[in-house]
Each structure stands twice: as C-alpha cells, then as structure tokens.
Design a protein around this ligand. Structure first.
Ligand SMILES: [Ca+2]
Ligand SMILES: [Ca+2]
Length: 132
C-alpha cells in the first residue's frame, strides 16, 4: 500500500545527504549518524556544528569523524588531523574522478596520502580544498 510505503521510508541518509561542491563527514562508519557538508575550508571541527544538529547535548563535530566523502565539483580535498590544515592528512579526489573520493571506514585508513594506512577514525579536525 503506497501510503504505508511512504510512511515507512527512512529519512534521507548516507552519501545521498552529501551535495555537489561539499566535503562531507559523518560521525559513524558507512556514512551514518550525524553528518555535515561543507563547501568552504574549515579550520577547526571543534567549532563546526553537525548539519542535523539537535538542540541538546554537544552539537559540534569535534574529533568524531568516522567516514568521509568529497563531492567537490572542481576541487580535491585534504582532511587533516590538526586544526588549520596542519599535521598529517588524507587526500581524496573529487567525485567526478570516479575513484578515491570517499571512505566508509577510516579506522583502516583511506584516501591516497602517505598516511593513508594509519587509523583515521575520530582523528580529523580540519580540511582544505586543493588542486582546484
Ligand atoms: Ca566517530
Ligand atoms: Ca578505509
């Protein structure tokens, strides 16, 4: 029954939440949990709220990112372990390149930088668009 199907449909989730031009981050693995899409460079995730923030508790991304996607249209992105684009980083191409543009599980590394093999779960604190 159509009405029941509509009511049962889950809220938009996963990579469909991400939008063109944005670097997207999720709190949990496999693009789930709280998320944020960002079209500008961000210096400090401790000061950036989740897109679906709720009016209680801690609304900030903090050091909680577990999966990422670069849906940048014209830029690649580097996710950094420290604020202000400092420290080690992971490199993701733009989604149009078809490979290396997202990772559902950062605990086993990801991206294409020299640090890709490290545990990146709950480690990212800033990002920089690059190669635009
Ligand atoms: Ca997390
Ligand atoms: Ca991974």
């Amino acid at each position: 029954m159509a009405t029941a199907l509509l009511l049962a449909a889950p809220a938009q989730a996963g990579t469909e939440q991400c939008f063109n031009g944005a670097a997207c981050v999720w709190k949990d693995n496999t693009y789930s949990g709280r998320w944020r899409g960002m079209v500008n460079n961000m210096d400090d995730y401790y000061t950036v709220i989740w897109s679906d923030h709720v009016p209680y508790g801690n609304n900030y991304i903090n050091r909680d990112v577990s999966s990422v996607r670069n849906q940048g249209v014209s830029c690649d992105v580097r996710f950094h372990e420290l604020t202000g684009g400092r420290g080690e980083w992971l490199y993701f191409d733009r989604v149009s390149e078809g490979v290396n543009y997202q990772d559902p599980y950062l605990a086993n590394g990801g991206g294409s930088s020299a640090y890709r093999g490290e545990n990146w779960d709950n480690r990212i604190l800033s990002h920089r668009f690059t190669n635009c």
